[in-house]
Design a protein around this ligand. Structure first.
Ligand code: NAD
Ligand code: UGA
Length: 440
């Protein structure tokens, strides 16, 4: 049993702390947000994440998992301090390190025993060295035995707990091998591949991984757009490509582009790093541009189908940036709704989990109780997030209550022929004549 402090109780911090507690460690999770900590102490989760609530509550009951806003209490005797605070985009696309700095300074102010500081937040290459520097300077000559380890996190929202517990790999970067090996010990119960490298390489592995995944998606979206013009089906294309072991099937689902709290900010931050250091990130720039176009193209398809969007009513199914999360950060829905409203459309929307978050930012959108309320009187429906509950809708009923039977399936969730069989005009993404061609 090790004593661990985790700073930040968001998707990464809360999951990391909970999973390490579940492996038998004594974990205190700390956050500067008192409401969040109050809720956690009452067993209420600040985020929707399958399996999380149960695991948190089990470990709290077992006396292994604690929540506090008090740095001194959280760090007392801790051998490991994980930093898992946000690193949002700054004004120029760079990663904003203010929260990482605040966490590092708080550790420097409070700790007087040997400690390993582990960066789990996604941070620009060189931040590990910078964190060591921040701590040194803050100590102002007062000695502290500490090491910095980079331990980027690869979990996905919507499957965060299971991703953490069954990682494809754990990456650890440090200039001090012994410190990295101590962190590796924490992961031993997971029996996974642990790669130990230097600090900067570990930091780059994280950005390169996210940027590569985003690139795959933009690539398949570009192919999808060609498929629409050329009469091919992108789903079959991706399937056929994926059988090649060098390519694989994952992350080749064409759709409305990638969103979320990480891909957009991380691709931007990597581009910023490249430009700052004099290299030309042409591929990354194209990857971002294709992603922006994918949203615009969806609106263009609706415009073509309806003639004009002004004074139309568009129903939106799904608001979260992907299924199984309530996170709407950089969700495709936000941008698409914004574009629709700019063209004078009235938007009605529903999401199984993200309604509370949506209500804080979508003031001009009518938020509905279910998909049928969304469809009532709508000129078109657009599926933005492929939640399971949208798989089996009553299309006969939908057709009766909609003003015009037009469906844009932004995630290729439904079978085009089945939907057409109900009397709808069906448009998908990259599905042969299910694209723009229908209206030419
Ligand atoms: P989040 O926004 O969900 O949570 C961050 C938490 O940190 C908040 O609760 C905030 O109150 C707290 N915080 C901020 N400053 C603090 C401080 N000084 N002391 C204590 N707490 C503080 O963030 P997240 O989505 O968990 O992401 C955290 C980091 O992990 C980011 O760098 C992100 O890129 C990376 N990451 C995220 C995911 C993901 O799926 N969300 C996956 C891998 C990596
Ligand atoms: C992503 C990575 O997958 C994680 O490995 C990483 O840890 C995380 O970012 C992070 O750094 O925060 P996440 O954003 O939670 O995880 O979700 P993904 O499943 O990767 O989906 C991201 C976006 O890509 C979603 O909008 C999704 O709809 C879209 N996507 C995904 C596609 O359009 N097509 C695909 O084939 C896959």
């Amino acid at each position: 049993m090790k004593k661990i402090c985790v700073v930040g109780t968001g998707y990464v911090g809360l999951v990391t702390g909970t999973c390490f507690a579940d492996m038998g460690n004594h974990v205190t999770c700390l956050d500067v947000d008192p409401v969040r900590i109050d809720h956690l102490n009452q067993g209420k989760m600040p985020i929707y994440e399958p399996g999380l609530e149960q695991t948190v509550n089990q470990n709290v009951r077992a006396g292994r998992l604690f929540f506090t806003t008090d740095y001194a209490a959280a760090l007392a005797e801790a051998e490991f301090a994980f930093i898992a605070v946000g690193t949002p985009s700054g004004n120029d696309g760079e990663a904003d390190l203010q929260y990482v700095r605040a966490a590092a300074e708080a550790i420097a102010d409070i700790v007087d025993h040997p400690i390993i500081v582990i960066n789990k937040s996604t941070v620009p290459v060189g931040t590990g060295d910078w964190v060591a520097d921040v701590i040194q300077r803050r100590r102002n000559g007062k000695p502290l035995e500490f090491s910095v380890v980079s331990n980027p996190e690869f979990l996905r929202e919507g499957s965060a707990v299971s991703d953490f517990m069954s990682p494809d790999r754990v990456v650890l970067g440090s200039l001090e091998r012994e410190a990295a090996e101590k962190v590796a010990e924490l992961y031993r119960p997971l029996r996974c591949t642990v790669m130990i490298t230097d600090l900067r390489t570990a930091e780059m592995i994280k950005y390169a991984s996210n940027a590569f995944l985003a690139t795959r998606i933009s690539f398949i979206n570009e192919i999808a757009n060609m498929c629409e013009e050329l009469g091919a089906d992108v789903r079959e294309v991706a399937l056929g490509m994926g059988y090649d072991k060098r390519i694989g099937h994952a992350f080749l689902d064409a759709g409305l582009g990638w969103g979320g709290s990480c891909f957009p900010k991380d691709v931007k931050a990597l581009e910023h790093m490249a430009v700052l250091h004099g290299t030309q990130p042409q591929l990354l720039q194209a990857v971002m541009e294709i992603n922006r176009n994918q949203r615009r193209r969806a609106v263009m398809k609706l415009r073509k189908a309806l003639g004009n969007l002004n004074e139309t009513t568009i129903g939106v199914l799904g608001l979260s940036f992907k299924p199984n999360t309530d996170d709407i950060r950089e969700a495709a829905a936000i941008e698409i709704i914004h574009l629709l409203q700019n063209e004078g459309a009235h938007v009605r929307a529903y999401d199984p989990q993200a309604m509370e978050n949506a209500s804080k930012v979508m003031h001009q959108t009518v938020l509905c109780e279910n998909p049928y309320e969304v469809a009532e009187g709508a000129d078109a429906l657009i599926l933005v997030t492929e939640w399971n509950e949208f798989k089996q809708l009553d299309f006969t009923h939908l057709k009766e209550i909609m003003k015009r039977p037009v469906i844009l399936d932004g995630r290729n969730l439904w079978d085009p022929e089945t939907i057409r069989g109900f009397g709808f005009t069906y448009m998908g993404i990259g599905r042969g004549n299910g694209g723009l061609k229908d209206f030419e």
